[in-house]
Ligand binder design. Structure first.
Ligand code: SF4
Ligand code: FES
Length: 279
């Protein structure tokens, strides 16, 4: 099947897939391997990798599950940018597609990053609603109501997939692995801004620190990389404000002007569009 001009090479409708591979069990270092594929309309980078695995080399390792930009497991570097492979169209990438594992992570094999550090940083910020009424939490007698307006205060940050693309893009993460990172810090704000939550002071013990919010230099690369429009850089700045003035729902008079409606950090991506159907 012929490809669109953007995907064609000089020798026809083929795209070169160039993958940086690594297999610790073989004791060898990294190596590059290339294959040529015929792009199909709607084919994603993940589809191309699956085609390579099925037809050329079954040992190629990568992670995926939902194939629709929801599970967050297929993050990798594609032509120099951290992306979800299942949400990246081959025909938009040109005749050569260079793929490697996410930086700022250990590599388990080929394109499979070790996400243990991402998840442990996420856990460190207590990503759940914390309340002081232990008796009520133990034996609930009522619901904790929340209005749609209350939800708007944090819902953008709840779209996080834990895909770790933001950590791969973050320059502070690259130089300072102890930095909590954009994913965890944005989630600290997500729960602290929840009207049901009373846990900011608990989270402050972890996030109000040099390797917490103050490690962020506001490069904004995390928000540019985020495939869900979470805008973690904005979450970090709002968390700084909450640490100074209290969470937004418990601050009687905001000490600083409210953000304009729909405000996003410069470079923040828009919310993920559903991928085109594959064939
Ligand atoms: S903030 Fe965005 S880029 Fe970071 S883990 Fe969540 S969804 Fe992925
Ligand atoms: S496979 Fe689930 S996000 Fe890509």
């Amino acid at each position: 099947m012929s490809a669109t001009p953007a995907a064609q090479t000089t020798d026809g409708a083929r795209v070169v897939i160039k993958v940086v591979r690594y297999d610790p069990d073989k004791g060898a270092g990294m190596r590059e391997q290339t294959w040529q594929i015929h792009p199909q309309p709607g084919m994603t980078v993940l589809d191309a990798l699956i085609a390579v695995k099925e037809h050329h080399d079954g040992s190629l390792a990568f992670r995926c599950s939902c194939r629709m930009g929801v599970c967050g497991s297929c993050g990798m570097m594609v032509n120099g940018k951290p992306r979800l492979a299942c949400n990246t169209q081959i025909i938009e990438l040109g005749p050569v597609v260079e793929i490697s594992a996410l930086p700022n992570h250990d590599v388990i094999k080929d394109l499979v990053p070790d996400l243990a550090s991402t998840f442990s940083k996420h856990r460190a910020v207590k990503p759940y609603v914390i309340r002081r009424d232990a008796a009520e939490m133990d034996k609930p007698t009522r619901e904790f109501h929340q209005t749609p307006e209350d939800m708007l205060g944090y819902v953008q940050f709840s779209y996080c997939l834990k895909c770790s693309l933001c950590l791969a893009a973050c320059p502070t993460e690259a130089s300072t692995p102890a930095f909590l990172g954009p994913q965890a810090l944005a989630q600290a704000y997500r729960y602290s801004a929840d009207t049901r939550d009373e846990g900011l002071s608990d989270r402050a013990q972890t996030v109000d620190a040099w390797h917490g919010v103050f490690g962020c230099h506001l490069a904004g690369a995390c928000s540019e990389a985020c495939p869900k429009g979470v805008d973690p850089a904005l979450g970090i700045q709002l968390l700084k404000r909450a640490l100074l003035f209290g969470p937004p729902h418990r601050t009687a008079a905001p000490a600083v002007p409210a953000l304009p409606e729909g405000f996003r950090s410069p470079g923040a991506s828009s919310v993920l569009e559903p991928p085109a159907p594959t064939v």
